[in-house]
Structure formats: C-alpha cells, structure tokens
Ligand binder design. Structure first.
Ligand SMILES: [Zn+2]
Ligand SMILES: [Zn+2]
Length: 117
C-alpha cells in the first residue's frame, strides 16, 4: 500500500519526544501517551488530566493519532471518533520501557486516579 493511501499519516516523521509536549512544558503529568501520525507530536490521552493529544488534533487539524504505549499499535481518528488502520511509523514506536505510566516519574500525585477523566 503506498504511503499516500493513508490520509493524515506521515511515516517519515519521528516522535517529538518521550513525553507529552505540553505537559513537559507546563510541569504536568499524563496517564497514557498518543502520537500524532502526521507531525509526531506526543500528547496525553483522553483519560489524562489535560487531554493534550485531542487538543492537538483539533488545533493542528491532524486527526489521526497512534498509541505511544509499549505493545499498542492502534490508530484513532479524533475527527470521526473511529479507529483506523495504519503502518508502522518512524521509530521509536513507543515511549521508553522504563518510563512509567502514569508519568513522568516524580510528577504524578499520589491520588492520580482521582484526576483521570
Ligand atoms: Zn499533556
Ligand atoms: Zn500533529
């Protein structure tokens, strides 16, 4: 399947980092991570306090995201609210295995479960 067959996915772009870009900038924390399939932006999931992956999809107009969790390869389209199929993206496929979820280490409150959506 040619790469251009999948709208909103660019397999050549590496992830922006190992943690949510906005949470890292603001000193926040996340539950799980999602990767924008178009520009590589790493954001936090809908269960996380700040839901930055969804905000990025809306603001940037990049609807397709892939899980950035180890062992997860699914894609989600925030515009249609439907799962979509997609190829492996530029490595790494997930955050480092020694990075905890929720994360990052040292910034997660003890009562983190009470803050999930
Ligand atoms: Zn975030
Ligand atoms: Zn993006």
């Amino acid at each position: 399947m040619p790469e251009s067959a999948v709208s909103g996915i660019d397999v050549s772009v590496p992830p922006s980092g190992t943690g949510c870009a906005e949470c890292e900038a603001a000193g926040g924390w996340w539950f799980h991570l999602r990767r924008c399939a178009q520009c590589g932006h790493i954001g936090c999931c809908d269960s996380s306090p700040s839901r930055h992956a969804r905000a990025h999809a809306t603001e940037a107009g990049h609807p397709v995201a892939r899980s950035f969790e180890p062992g997860e390869t699914w894609f989600w389209n925030f515009a249609t609210e439907r799962p979509v199929d997609g190829p492996d993206l530029a490595p790494p496929q997930h955050h480092p295995l020694d990075q905890p979820a929720p994360g990052p280490r040292g910034r997660v409150p003890a009562d983190w479960r009470a803050h999930l959506h």
